[in-house]
Ligand binder design. Structure first.
Ligand SMILES: C[S@@+](CC[C@H](N)C(=O)[O-])C[C@H]1O[C@@H](n2cnc3c(N)ncnc32)[C@H](O)[C@@H]1O
Length: 244
């Protein structure tokens, strides 16, 4: 049966996301800055990390910039996205690209040879899974971490009300339009808005409340669980596996 999230395997959507949407994400550089601060503090001597649902590897790339030579594992089920990651990162011996779906625990077999990790990061990916699977993934990630290792999920979460959802949508359209104009585009605001509201991946979203996901992390036994940065539906949250 065709799954809604299979839309991410298309070359056209990968291109549209990487060339138009990713660069327009509000607070993108602050999200990466906070992610790196927490990783540096939790794991100053980091030697390995996993970027789950890596796309073109933007998050893992930022980690590699800070820790050159460490082992980075980049996992995605979209071949066009993995091609973009290889193009962005090169194919050095310390970069491992895995074509794999994490919708079932089968993915663990593929990453086990590289585990345990100092850090697991994920960007705007896990919200395509049903809630039960999201929670199971968070527990699987916990088991893949070294003691003291950190999980950071930069994620699309649900709005608590329709009013806030509208604010999020407007912010996204404005920021995509600004990015479009900054990068030399000439399409009218309405066209950019229509592209956002009728985007092909929207139906694949299964958004969950932030508080619920923080509760799951605490139940799993992560420490320092919090939302470290948030703007409407875009949240950077996670936790640290206890050191003992
Ligand atoms: C919105 S993109 C985000 C890419 C990148 N992490 C970023 O921050 O820009 C979502 C990515 O998650 C991947 N993805 C979605 N569901 C997946 C699954 N079940 N298994 C593996 N990858 C998945 C998609 O192929 C896509 O590359």
């Amino acid at each position: 049966m065709e799954r809604r999230d299979d839309v991410w395997k298309s070359a056209a959507l990968s291109r549209q996301y990487l060339s138009g949407v990713r660069g327009a994400i509000p607070l993108a550089s602050q999200q990466i800055d906070v992610m790196l601060r927490l990783i540096r503090s939790a794991r100053p001597n980091l030697t390995s990390f996993l970027d789950l649902g890596c796309g073109d590897g933007i998050l893992g790339h930022a980690i590699l910039d800070h820790y050159p030579g460490v082992t980075g594992v980049f996992l995605d089920f979209s071949e066009p996205m993995l091609d973009a990651a290889r193009a962005r990162l090169g194919t050095g011996a310390n970069r491992h690209f895995i074509a794999q779906d994490y919708a079932t625990p089968d993915w663990l077999r593929q990453v086990q040879p590289y585990a345990p990790f100092d850090a697991v990061v994920s960007g705007f990916s896990i919200h395509h899974q049903p809630d039960e699977r999201k929670r199971a993934l968070y527990a699987e990630i916990f088991d893949l971490l070294k003691p003291g290792g950190i999980f950071l999920n930069l994620e699309h979460v649900s709005s608590p009300s329709r009013w806030l959802e509208q604010h999020f949508d407007e912010l996204m359209v404005d920021s995509q339009y600004d990015y479009h104009v900054r990068t030399g585009g000439t399409r009218p605001w309405q066209e950019v808005a229509d592209e956002f509201y009728y985007r092909p991946d929207k139906a694949a979203n299964i958004l969950a409340p932030l508080e619920l996901q923080l509760d799951w992390l605490r139940e799993i036994d992560y420490e320092h669980v919090d939302c470290y940065l948030k703007i409407f539906e875009l949240a950077l949250f996670g936790g640290v596996k206890p050191a003992t």
